[in-house]
Design a protein around this ligand. Structure first.
Ligand SMILES: C[S@@+](CC[C@H](N)C(=O)[O-])C[C@H]1O[C@@H](n2cnc3c(N)ncnc32)[C@H](O)[C@@H]1O
Length: 224
């Protein structure tokens, strides 16, 4: 099959971002408050990515979610909005200062009651949870060297047909640059290989922002 894709340009990207239905003034205010932090604001998910997360959560009727890497709360707000009214979202982060901005905006957006933010290394938070399927959707966007550990802990606790989303799987293209051998790049390359060949899940990597992999946990006994 011939390659079929459209190369991205800044104009095309701005066009694409504008073609989404989500117009949330709290999300816009949160993006501005995050920009005020300076270059670190680049850690925030892209607007179309946030809209995609909300849409996916709604489409699968998710009631329970977990996020690893919350920062100022943009993706968490998108995820919380996509959950059922009585849904619950567990957020994991280590930074009090950034997540204080998140808490303020979650309150303004009326989703604070859905969110349980735990300030601790995410692996500790995840490993303290019962090892039973309890999540419908997960978003992983923290330290890259731990992605595979987060995967195993979250997959154990994910319901069959549940989704795990991994951000930054293209790592600005560095996953293909053999000269780049830092721990984060190596961890992402390894994760990408593991996910593509793991029979427990169905996987697709999409060119959303810095690369987004979506993993669906197979039902017991399910085959291709
Ligand atoms: C890329 S940012 C997350 C961006 C966020 N998803 C958003 O849309 O705004 C990564 C976050 O992971 C957090 N983090 C890094 N290492 C962590 C760890 N071991 N456990 C929990 N959180 C961690 C950082 O404090 C940071 O807020």
């Amino acid at each position: 099959m011939p390659d079929k894709y459209t190369s991205m340009t800044p104009d095309l990207y701005h066009y694409l971002v504008a073609q989404r239905s989500e117009r949330d003034p709290v999300l816009a205010a949160l993006a501005t408050a995050t920009e005020d932090l300076g270059p670190v604001s680049l850690m925030q998910v892209a607007p179309e990515q946030g809209a995609f997360i909300t849409l996916l959560a709604r489409a699968i009727g998710a009631r329970s979610g977990v996020e690893v890497g919350t920062f100022t709360g943009y993706s968490a707000l998108c995820l919380a909005r996509g959950l059922a009214d009585d849904g619950r979202l567990l957020c994991c982060d280590v930074n009090e200062e950034w997540t204080a901005i998140a808490r303020r905006h979650w309150k303004q957006a009326g989703v604070a009651h859905k969110i349980d933010l735990r300030i601790a290394p995410a692996l500790e938070t995840l490993r303290a949870l019962p090892e039973t399927p309890q999540f419908d959707i997960a978003f992983i966007d923290a330290d890259k060297t731990n992605y595979q550990y987060y995967y195993e802990e979250v997959l154990t606790r994910l319901r069959p047909n549940g989704l795990i989303l991994f951000d930054n799987v293209l790592w600005m293209g560095e996953v293909l640059n053999d000269a780049t051998t830092d721990p984060s790049t190596r961890a992402l390359r390894e994760l990408n290989q593991v996910l593509a060949s793991d029979g427990r899940v169905e996987t697709v990597m999409l060119p959303v922002s810095d690369g987004l992999t979506i993993v669906r946990k197979r039902r017991p006994g399910e085959s291709d």
